[in-house]
Design a protein around this ligand. Sequence first.
Ligand code: ARG
Length: 275
Amino acid sequence: MSHTERLPRIRTYLMCAPEHFTVEYAINPWMDVTVPVDPELAVKQWQILRDTLTDLGHTVHVLEPVPGLPDMVYAANGAFSVDGKVYGARFKHPQRADEAAAHKAFYAGGPWTFADPVHVNEGEGDFAYLPAAYGGLILAGHGFRTDPAAHAEAQEVLGRPVISLKLVDPAFYHLDVALAALDDENVTYYPGAFSESSQRVLAQLFPDAVIADRADAEAFGLNLVSDGKHVVLNTEATALGEKIRAAGYTPVHVDLSELKLGGGSVKCVVAELRP
Ligand code: ARG
């Protein structure tokens, strides 16, 4: 199979070390408070992911982890930025509410226009941006965390069309465990995570999408970070890695077994900053 050569674009990311990571409450079906977490291993795996991204030439900024916010490692949930504008997060669960302020403080230190949200939304957990699709398109999930009213709010704040997609399977409670941008215009997704109407919308918008199956999604393969060429995804997701390779991208596998205990993987812990 021949593809136009996939070209990487240098990115800027924001991550937060899992120094205080535990599973002490369960707000998604993957979290089990009776299964112990190895915090040292979690930090080691996180460092390898950070180094993988910097070795690929990307810049990684870090947020200072806050004690008492065990899910703060999932930095993707703290905000959503497009072209220098930032739509802040407002978490659904009170256990995570205070994370939003830490993210807001980070953006205050840079050249960002920050908008406080009225509606519940979990940042890049439920929002994805495709700068070259239809002139710049935002995909947004609802059904478990983000309020659909936040989709309209994001469109007003960010000035890009927002396509609302309904998530229907509690195992895939955020958009970023069901769908990922592979480059500036194409996605990979697991159709079964979406309502039938939303599946139709995705099929219409993305005829060249890499289609994942349930096993790929359960391995958290879709919770990936791509620079347009290198697709960083977890070690369990070998089958999706091969599908992605067949589409001309280069899979780069990293082990994030500890962070899976909180219900997340690569993408959940990496926020992309779009100045
Ligand atoms: N324990 C966290 C929660 O349930 C995991 C968040 C995962 N992040 C993500 N972007 N999907 O909120």
